[in-house]
Design a protein around this ligand. Structure first.
Ligand code: FE
Length: 196
């Protein structure tokens, strides 16, 4: 239900719901606006880039991130909080033989806290339907050509579980600082539609 039409409908329903809560004195609209604004201000792809860079330089953090991402994030001052319900984050690691890619086949679930608002194509029916059945072709369309023997794993997000890809650290980056490493990561790399 992530077509623009449905999004508009949901937005209208949310506004109606807010109006009822406000009428009953259960919420203060300006307070809600402030909370939402603070969340969207914090939610940006640079958060995801920092997570990746730390995982590349710190093996303990990386292990914890892959094991229990929600528990690892606070170590660098981040969290999956801010939404209406708690979300479990799963970080999936690309290796020499495995490439991961994330989708929400049902709608458009996405780790907004770490990646900011999702790109339009992520919500498109074309991407959502095709990446599951023909991931290699879809990745080609993004300009990412994988070797024939690379296994592609497609992760389907939902209301409770969100996914983020941990890309492979590029070669010859041993002398780079964590900030310089973070600058190498792209949003699509975190979704899996780019190598990095
Ligand atoms: Fe969804």
């Amino acid at each position: 239900m992530s077509d623009d039409h449905d999004d508009t409908l949901i937005a209208a329903q949310v506004r109606d719901f807010e109006a009822v809560l406000e009428e009953k004195g259960l919420i203060d609209a300006s307070e809600l606006d402030r909370a939402l604004e603070a969340f969207t201000h914090r939610a940006k792809p640079a958060n995801g880039f920092r997570v990746v860079a730390r995982a590349w330089v710190d093996d303990d953090f990386r292990a914890k991130l892959l094991e229990d991402a929600n528990a690892a994030l606070p170590e660098i001052g981040l969290s999956m909080g801010g939404g209406l319900q708690p979300q479990v984050l799963h970080v999936v690691e690309n290796t020499e033989s495995v490439h991961n890619v994330v989708v929400c086949t049902l709608c458009s679930c996405y780790p907004i806290a770490l990646l900011g608002p999702s790109p339009t194509w992520y919500k498109s029916t074309a991407y959502r339907s095709k990446v599951v059945s023909h991931p290699r072709e879809v990745l080609e369309q993004f300009g990412l050509t994988l070797q024939d023997d690379t296994e592609i794993r497609v992760w389907d997000a939902n209301a409770e579980s969100r996914y983020m890809v941990l890309p492979r650290r590029p070669a010859n980056t041993g002398d780079l600082s964590e900030a310089d490493l973070a600058a190498k990561v792209t949003r699509n790399g975190l979704i899996g539609t780019a190598a990095l």
